[in-house]
Write a protein that binds this ligand. Structure first.
Ligand code: GLN
Length: 315
């Protein structure tokens, strides 16, 4: 086993979990009712090692929307399907330094990176362009299921409808990018935006999220099924950009303090990857001012403090 003393490891995780439980800061996202109604006391942590040891504490089997944590998965799928060279003809590599939903492109008129809305919408435009929208969605959901080792993957239609209803800024961004030639020829912007909203509305649990994170930690092979879902190249590139761009405008500080690739979403989820070791999913709806889960961030900091998982702790 990659973690020999799993019981001891898990006991420490339980301590950190308890410590964060009483940390009642922040507020759930309120731009759509489905998120505003979230229970602020929900708090779950699941882990899955690259050799399939798993453990869960708290609210780990309650479905929630994946939201922006879909972005790295879609990007990894795009690279697996098309290769990094093709994907990066459309998308850059740099942190944007501005809000995730800003209407802005880099100097080459491309989205700054695939972890913010502009880049994520363009990523969606690259996935299975030869298929009808329904089949594109089916296809990506099936890949999510494979990443999750056939653990829970759902879909919240109310969230999708609310996302679309309140998405003026994303529509604006879509047309701005169309004007700037950001999409492949023949792209239907409205269809791509629907696809993006749908993939944000996919439901996971902490339990399935940890397996997805472990598939990334394991270089693209799901630890539960042994199936290769993503290419090694795709996972390397995805983890690199999660490391520099995965935590909204906290990404630089997160890279400094935690030093691990992660992606958060406005539902209060954080997927955290310790390469070659473990995937962790955290979920707690109250968010800080930058849009990251308050309990999740605290957990990540305490985790690296306890276990020296920071990328440079080995020096
Ligand atoms: N779905 C929302 C949007 O696209 C928020 C995604 C997120 O988690 N930041 O604006």
């Amino acid at each position: 086993f990659v973690i020999q003393q799993f019981k001891n490891f898990w006991d420490e995780i339980l301590n950190i979990y308890e410590d964060c439980k009483s940390f009642d800061e922040g507020d759930p996202a309120d731009y759509i009712p489905q998120l505003a109604r979230a229970n602020r006391s929900h708090w779950g942590v699941s882990v899955c090692t690259v050799d399939g040891q798993r453990a869960n504490i708290g609210d780990t089997s309650i479905p929630f929307c994946i939201q922006s944590a879909s972005k790295p998965l879609n990007y990894a799928l795009a690279i697996t399907l098309l290769g990094a060279k093709t994907v990066h003809e459309y998308i850059g590599y740099e942190p944007s330094g501005i809000s995730f939903n800003s209407i802005a492109l880099n100097k080459e008129n491309k989205p700054h990176n695939p972890m913010i809305n502009s880049g994520a919408i363009v990523t969606c435009s690259l996935l299975h362009t030869d298929l009808k929208l329904a089949d594109r969605f089916d296809n990506v959901i099936n890949e999510y299921k494979k990443m999750a080792g056939l653990e829970f993957i759902g879909f919240s239609n109310p969230t999708f409808l609310s996302e679309r209803e309140t998405a003026d800024r994303n529509f604006c961004l879509g047309y701005y990018m169309k004007e700037n030639g950001c999409f492949p020829a023949g792209t239907n912007v409205l269809e791509v935006l629907d696809f993006y909203f749908q993939l944000c509305s996919v439901e996971i649990t902490c339990e399935s999220g940890a397996v997805i994170a472990a598939t990334l930690a394991n270089g693209g092979i799901c630890p539960l099924t042994g199936e290769r879902v993503l290419s090694t190249e795709a996972v390397q590139d995805t983890l690199s950009l999660m490391h520099s761009c995965g935590m909204y405008d906290y990404s630089g500080q997160f890279a400094f303090k935690v030093g691990l690739p992660a992606k958060s979403g406005v539902s209060g989820v954080i997927l955290l990857v310790v390469p070659n070791l473990i995937g962790i999913a955290m979920w707690s709806p109250p968010l800080d001012k930058l849009g990251n889960s308050c309990r999740g961030i605290k957990f990540c900091k305490e985790l690296v403090h306890k276990f020296a998982f920071h990328n440079y702790d080995s020096l």
